[in-house]
Design a protein around this ligand. Structure first.
Ligand SMILES: C[S@@+](CC[C@H](N)C(=O)[O-])C[C@H]1O[C@@H](n2cnc3c(N)ncnc32)[C@H](O)[C@@H]1O
Length: 326
């Protein structure tokens, strides 16, 4: 799968014609349809402000077992997407989204979305909020207030590596994902995410019956991963790159989706970006709902879904414009 493949805009849709001030009750039919509709997973894409969309979903009484949120990080930067590239054609960079330069305003903006996300969780559901050093400590306190401190399931550190212009400090090469559960009785499938023990551990336990103070791990079954994860960033994964600057790796979402949802469950991502959550959910047999205010994000998502071996049933909902209050 070549890098340029995803850099075209989606030709079959005239997204600007879909703009409306209200969320439509009838989705727009898409050319992208599965061959077997009875077994296909359903992917719903909403282009518009995620607060309006989240509130609308609440009013429809839908609830999700897994919500992944990868919002702007409060960096104050602007981000781009590559479009209209192809074989022998240089792509151009268009504006994707701006991260709020006013940090207090950013926190208010995010809090309103976190409240809606909490309310959209099923009773046994889990929320993953993906941030970095810019805002994570502020948002941790916010989420403690919204969920209760004892509902923090994990603070996942996602580590990666790559070039950095920083020479006056250590390179900033990790993100933090805060994980909260709606209740004590939450879904977590440890067996779905086990990884092999490292070779040194296997050698130690095989060579000495006394290793581990008498506790012998099931070396064949593997272990539940620690709360720090290494996955390369998308910049290094040529096969996955779709020209969306803040695209996350599928491996990261795969672990989250496998651990916190079952096949047939409904997954929600209110900051869908290039559609990583939709792609991974479809591959793993979960239904997914994604929202993004940026039409280019929706186009990237559609392009990625279109290339899946098992085509999901995709519905595109009309644009919802931002509410005035937040
Ligand atoms: C960090 S990116 C998500 C990247 C995504 N996880 C991926 O793998 O491609 C954040 C996304 O939030 C979207 N966004 C920002 N403000 C929004 C809003 N008010 N409503 C909906 N989406 C919004 C941006 O357009 C951007 O695509």
């Amino acid at each position: 799968m070549g890098r340029g493949t995803f850099e075209h805009n989606y030709q079959a849709l005239n997204l600007s014609q879909l703009r409306t001030t209200e969320i439509d009750a009838v989705p727009v039919a898409l050319a992208l349809s599965p061959t077997n509709t009875s077994t296909a997973t359903a992917i719903d894409l909403y282009c518009g402000d995620n607060l309006a969309i989240g509130r609308w979903l609440l009013s429809q009484n839908v609830r999700y077992r897994l919500i992944y949120l990868d919002p702007p990080f409060g960096s104050g930067k602007t981000y781009g997407a590559r479009v209209n590239g192809g074989k022998g054609v240089q792509s151009e960079v268009v504006h994707a989204y701006a991260d709020d330069a006013d940090f207090d305003h950013y926190l208010q903006w995010l809090e309103a979305r976190l409240v809606v996300a909490r309310d959209l969780l099923a009773d046994d559901g889990t929320l993953y909020v993906h941030l970095d050093w810019h805002a994570v400590h502020y948002v941790k306190v916010m989420l403690d207030r919204l969920f209760g401190r004892d509902r923090l399931l994990n603070e996942i550190i996602w580590c990666y590596h790559g070039p950095s212009p920083i020479t006056s400090a250590f390179k900033r090469k990790h993100d933090t994902i805060l994980v909260y559960t709606k209740s004590r009785s939450y879904y977590f499938n440890a067996d779905a995410v086990r990884v092999p023990y490292d070779q040194a551990t296997v050698r130690t336990f095989r060579s000495s019956p006394k290793a581990g103070f008498g506790k012998v791990p099931d070396l064949e079954r593997g272990k539940v991963p620690e709360d720090w994860w290494y996955f390369p960033v998308v910049a290094r994964l040529h096969g996955e790159r779709v020209g969306y600057e803040t695209q996350k790796p599928e491996a990261l979402l795969r672990r989250i989706v496998l651990a916190s949802s079952a096949p047939g469950d409904h997954v929600l991502d209110l900051c869908g970006g290039s559609g990583t959550t939709a792609v991974v959910s479809a591959k793993l047999g979960r239904h997914a709902t994604l929202a993004d205010a940026n039409p280019v994000a929706i186009e990237k998502t559609l392009l990625r879904l279109q290339r899946l071996e098992q085509l999901p049933q995709v519905r595109l909902w009309r644009y919802a414009t931002a509410t005035n209050d937040e």
